[in-house]
Design a protein around this ligand. Structure first.
Ligand code: GDP
Ligand code: MG
Length: 441
């Protein structure tokens, strides 16, 4: 997204407010990015509507390009939709034993997440935890939890053959009461699809256990089904939160947005691996960046806001448009680049540029080089900066001496300027940014 969106948005320069046409063009790209990230269609639609409303007519704050402004609005709305930071804690404020019930499809990670949560509550929160498997359908399911419990030194409810899930739930609760446990985790049985039997079983268990938390465990790689899944469980059983598993996989995490949007329930936990220590709190901004396929957009926008002087940017843009990009303009660009944390800082924040990293490295362009280039331009007269054609051998020698560098360095700067100026002219076609010119120098 960042490149395509960037391409469209780079052309929106120097205007006071975002126009409807600009926003619509940007929204087409955002829509595509969300669908690619597997966010469900309905959720995408309402999301786009909300963002469009905010973006149209939004005043572009000083020092930020309209493009960056749109990206920021999209990002902020995405984060807001995903939930507030810190809303994800497991709630243990109840009379012990506090029951926590895990629901979800087969293979979604319920048993693993039960063990992960038990480990966290035991080791970090110093609670006494009992785990119980209510999965009477899969032969090895109860044993799987028992093995995890032994590894972690956490108690599991003894297995009694022939009991129904509801009976096991009852037994788990009374065992927890008698044993003085703080928390009892109920690992229920899933099914491969959303079926009635699973739902009514979950409803029955919930009625018996009166759990303080009901967590839907769902695979982050769930695509368009995420909405149905989350909606059904929330309407039929009633959820208090969502645990998203396999966030270590290569999915873009659209399911998180879909499920949060249709249930309004917080994503409380993130599973990031098969081991029992791979459990994390949910951070909306991380998933937002992932869904958009961008690096750290927000900090980029914030740094840009802090550093770019809008007037200078507008002037440079105007000169670029007219094909009058001279060495003073180039100096301006280099300075802005160093203000934004230099090349390495920029590259870390923008995936599109990260791809050019090797190219840039082979051009020998690092932050020290940028400082030298600025020094070279500083040694030129105003005339020379305006008209680099004046720079014959003797002038180059003088400039090199002034900057304390070799003539070779002066030639490199001139070559880079030519490349950039050519790029600027070609920018009308919209394909390559000025950075491409830098990389070729
Ligand atoms: P259940 O049927 O819902 O109880 O699912 P399980 O807990 O048995 O998990 C199914 C498979 O997914 C197992 O092989 C787990 O190791 C794996 N799994 C669970 N959570 C994660 C996770 O966060 N990341 C990865 N990579 N694998 C996971
Ligand atoms: Mg299981």
């Amino acid at each position: 997204l960042s490149e395509r969106l960037g391409g469209i948005l780079d052309r929106l320069t120097g205007r006071g407010a975002l126009s409807e046409a600009d926003v619509d063009a940007a929204m087409r790209e955002v829509r595509r990015a969300l669908l690619e990230a597997d966010v469900s269609l309905d959720v995408v639609r309402s999301f786009i509507d909300r963002v469009r409303e905010q973006a149209i007519g939004a005043t572009v704050v000083k020092s930020v390009t309209p493009g960056q402004m749109v990206v920021k609005i999209v990002h902020d709305e995405l984060v807001a939709t995903l939930g507030a930071d810190g809303e994800g804690g497991i709630d243990l404020q109840a009379v012990p034993p506090v029951a926590i019930m895990m629901v979800g499809l087969q293979g979604s990670g319920k048993t693993t997440t039960t063990a992960k949560l038990a480990r966290r509550l035991t080791q970090r929160d110093k609670r006494k935890v009992l785990m119980a498997s209510l999965d009477v359908y899969r032969p090895a399911a109860m044993e799987q939890l028992a093995v995890l419990g032994r590894d972690l030194d956490i108690q599991t409810l003894p297995i009694v053959e022939g009991q129904k899930p509801a009976e096991i739930a009852k037994r788990a609760l009374s065992a927890a009461k008698l044993g003085g446990y703080d928390v009892v985790l109920l690992d229920t049985a899933g099914r491969t699809t959303l079926d009635e039997e699973m739902m009514s079983e979950a409803i029955e268990i919930k009625a018996i256990a009166q759990p303080h938390e009901v967590l839907l465990v769902a695979d982050a790689l769930t695509g368009q089904d995420a909405v149905n899944l989350a909606r059904s469980f929330n309407e039929r059983v009633g959820l208090t939160g969502i645990a998203l598993t396999r966030v270590d996989g290569d999915g873009r995490g659209g399911a998180a947005l879909s499920m949060r949007a249709v249930t309004g329930k917080p994503i409380k936990l993130i599973g990031t691996g098969e081991k029992t220590d791979a459990l994390e709190d949910f951070h909306p901004s991380r998933i937002a960046g992932r869904i958009l396929g961008m690096g750290d957009v927000v900090s980029l926008v914030e740094r840009a806001a802090a550093n770019i002087d809008a007037e200078k940017a507008a002037r440079t843009a105007e000169r670029m448009r007219k094909g009058q990009f001279d060495l003073t303009d180039m100096r301006e660009q280099l300075i802005q680049m160093t203000n934004m944390g230099g090349l390495s800082g920029l590259m870390g924040m923008m995936p599109g540029i990260a791809k050019m990293k090797n190219q840039i490295a082979s051009a020998g362009l690092d932050d020290r080089v940028v400082k030298r280039q600025i020094a070279v331009i500083d040694s030129m007269t105003r005339q020379e900066r305006k008209n680099p054609d004046l720079l014959k051998a003797s002038r180059k020698k003088r400039i090199a001496a002034g900057a304390g560098l070799k003539v070779e360095e002066v030639n490199k700067v001139l070559k880079m300027h030519r490349n950039m100026a050519d790029m600027m002219k070609a920018m009308g076609s919209g394909k390559r940014g000025p950075m491409a010119g830098i990389a070729q120098a």
